[in-house]
Unconditional design. Structure first.
Length: 139
């Protein structure tokens, strides 16, 4: 499993680890498409590998990636799911959270979230998104 995740991370070729030198990045993912979710997670992992501090916010159907029992369709060429790619990013230090609307509107409880995923606080998320040097990407 971990070999597949590492292979997927290598998919687009890692460059210098210092390229982003701690650049704060927020990746907001709300798309329901598995390919869009997968590409967002591949890019988040690549930014992280290049030195960025990545924060991932999962909203709407993409919030399902944060569940302990998240499945999903493995994506070619490395046969990994977006949830596995999310797990790889978290293991390497990315923060991940579900939007504040996800749990009350999905019927899930905080206990159903995988380890390392929190519930975002809108005030804190808005504050971080407004940081001068932060880049925000939405999928």
């Amino acid at each position: 499993m971990m070999k597949k995740i590492l292979a997927a991370l290598a998919l687009s070729g890692t460059t210098s680890l210092a390229a982003a030198d701690g650049q704060p990045v927020t990746v907001i993912l709300s798309a329901s498409s598995g390919m869009t979710q997968g590409m967002a997670m591949v890019l988040a992992n690549q930014m992280q590998a290049q030195g960025a501090q990545v924060d991932i916010l999962l909203c709407d159907q993409a919030g399902d990636l944060a569940l302990r029992d998240a499945g999903g369709e493995p994506l070619k060429p490395n046969d990994v799911t977006p949830a596995q790619l999310l797990g790889g990013a978290i293991q390497k230090g990315a923060t991940a959270s579900v939007c504040a609307l996800y749990l009350p509107n999905s019927g899930h409880s905080p206990e159903s979230l995988r380890e390392g995923v929190t519930v975002a606080r809108p005030d804190a998320m808005a504050r971080s998104m407004l940081e001068k040097d932060r880049k925000v990407f939405s999928f």
